[in-house]
Design a protein around this ligand. Structure first.
Ligand SMILES: Cc1cc2nc3c(=O)[nH]c(=O)nc-3n(C[C@H](O)[C@H](O)[C@H](O)COP(=O)(O)OP(=O)(O)OC[C@H]3O[C@@H](n4cnc5c(N)ncnc54)[C@H](O)[C@@H]3O)c2cc1C
Length: 291
């Protein structure tokens, strides 16, 4: 492995290498590592590296109420009632949660330049701020490539948008059902005309939930990694980050990425001959508790 550090080139070698740069940068690293033996990029005999980029269809929706919302730590709600569909739509729509409390500063970023600060402050004081996540599907043409100038290019055509629009409609409908002790249905209803919904889809540059570009699977023709996240093409290369996802589901990705990293860590410990893995220890602890 050759790296540039403080303007100097340095070379490193190891028996086992774990790449973990996040779904976009890990794919870019493998693509940039093309050589005579691996002309399409490292671990890329299948031409799958960089493909199937996903990042969820996310949006923030802000509902404004007559009642103020004094919450500081808002991320306490998760709604999966529509995750697998509903009576009027049989397909999965996604997940609704609160997002961290918006304030005047965050609102300013998306507001017209002439919007006065005190208006934004008042809006933030009276808002419930939702985060909506729907699954985007793995399309091989949505991908990370390296441009001629050596820079990363992200190509993405959104898909499965109807699910997200229906999820937004479900939230709007649910908000109209609320019954506030002070204002009854009017707390939200009168104020929830479409023009008062600040509903914004997160644009492509919002790559927070990037995943899927180095998918795992059993078949070396349709996946880059085997089920242990080891490259099909190489015996000593693992990729352990959000890129292994074969599908994105519709929930925040970090815990799945962490759980998989622990799983692969156990595999690596076994491979390297370390006797006791995290899994073994947890099983022993569980047994001790149940005895
Ligand atoms: C603002 C924000 C809010 C989020 N909120 C949530 C949330 O509430 N819940 C949730 O589940 N997820 C959330 N996420 C997503 C979550 O952070 C990611 O899904 C997760 O961190 C991805 O893990 P990873 O290991 O794939 O990559 P990362 O955590 O991105 O780690 C990749 C690391 O590799 C380094 N790196 C990149 N390129 C190179 C290179 N060439 N050489 C060396 N190092 C390199 C990076 O600096 C970074 O440290 C959020 C993300 C953002 C940006």
């Amino acid at each position: 492995m050759v790296v540039e550090r403080a303007g100097r080139m340095e070379a490193y070698s190891a028996d086992v290498v774990v790449v973990s740069c996040g779904a976009i940068n890990s794919a870019a690293l493998l693509l940039r590592s093309a050589n005579d033996k691996h002309p399409r990029g490292l671990a890329n005999s299948s031409d799958i590296v960089g493909r199937h980029y996903m990042g969820h269809t996310n949006s923030v929706m802000m509902a404004i109420s007559k009642c103020p919302n004094p919450t500081i730590f808002q991320k306490t709600l998760g709604i999966n009632d529509f995750y697998f569909g509903s009576q009027d739509f049989e397909y999965p729509m996604g997940h609704i949660s609160f997002v961290g409390k918006l304030d005047a500063i965050t609102l300013k970023a998306g507001a017209p330049a002439i919007a006065p600060n005190f208006t934004l402050e008042l809006m933030a004081k009276h808002s419930l701020d939702f985060w909506l996540t729907s699954e985007d599907l793995p399309d091989p043409n949505n991908r990370v490539t390296i441009g001629r100038d050596g820079k990363i290019v992200l190509t993405y055509t959104p898909n499965n948008l109807e699910a997200h629009e229906r999820l937004q409609a479900k939230l709007k409908h649910a908000m109209k059902q609320t019954n506030c002790a002070m204002h009854g249905h009017e707390c939200h209803q009168g104020l929830f005309g479409r023009n008062l919904y600040v509903g914004q889809r997160i644009p492509l540059a919002g790559v927070a939930h990037q995943n899927g570009t180095i998918r795992f699977g059993h078949d070396p023709k349709t996946s880059v990694l085997d089920p242990n996240c080891k490259a099909h093409d190489l015996d000593n290369l693992y990729v352990v980050d959000g890129s292994f996802f074969p599908s994105s589901a519709a929930v925040n990705p970090a815990l799945t990425i962490m759980a998989n990293a622990l799983r692969v860590g156990d595999h690596l410990m076994k491979r390297l001959g370390v006797s006791e893995t995290t899994n073994d220890r947890n099983q022993q602890r569980d047994l001790a508790v149940t005895r």
